[in-house]
Design a protein around this ligand. Sequence first.
Ligand code: CIR
Length: 254
Amino acid sequence: MFKNVIVRKPSKSLSNGITSNPQYGQPIYENALLQHDSYIEALKTCGVEVQVLNGAEEYPDSCFVEDVAVCTRSFAMVTSPGAATRKGEEKEMIEVLKGYYENLEYIKAPGTLEGGDVMMVGDHYYIGLSDRTNQEGAQQLIDALMKYDMQGSVIEMKEMLHLKTGLAYLEDNVLLVAGEFIEHPAFSDYKKIVIPEDESYAANCIRVNDYVLVPTGYPKTQEAIEAAGLKVINVDTSEYKKVDGGLSCLSLRF
Ligand code: CIR
């Protein structure tokens, strides 16, 4: 069960966030704020306490808090973002995390790691080696996990921005998979829900207690999740999609 969630409001500079999809246009700040409010409401429906931080204008991508920490049952890992414009964003999270955790760990240079590359399955953490997360950063996280009786393993990646761009663990051995992860041998033992190519953005869902948050506008994905017996709440994240962000990126859940 998750008890706590940390989110960070979008800043006006979100329009300058990093994107691999400039054809979608720039996010509209007012709409992004409204979508963020709906996201918070959906999380509250899931029964968690939500702490809302203010966005930072100097960091256009700062609403994507998932990337700056990995929150486990025993410690929080403060990460070291791999994207140049995101370096330093993690510093502002340290004091916030101290309000919840006695044990903080830190990814140190030359290690880089972004939380979007980390998928929790019970006490095991899969860590994607992406353009943002390097082997050194992944190893530092694995070492920290082992110190607290948990484990981690690395996943080679070729295409996606982050590991959870194409994967979401929905508990009870059920895994949403898209793109390069559909046939990945590391996930062959899971009950897979395969996301069709035209809905691949919807692979970034989050299970929060009794519900799965699913982005608005992906009916095939939604139906497949409901067919697996799970309750869905839709949240529109279309403004965040313009800068490669989705449901998982917008919060830390623990
Ligand atoms: C970035 O490229 O860093 C942001 N525009 C999007 C971050 C998405 N975060 C995530 O998937 N965890």
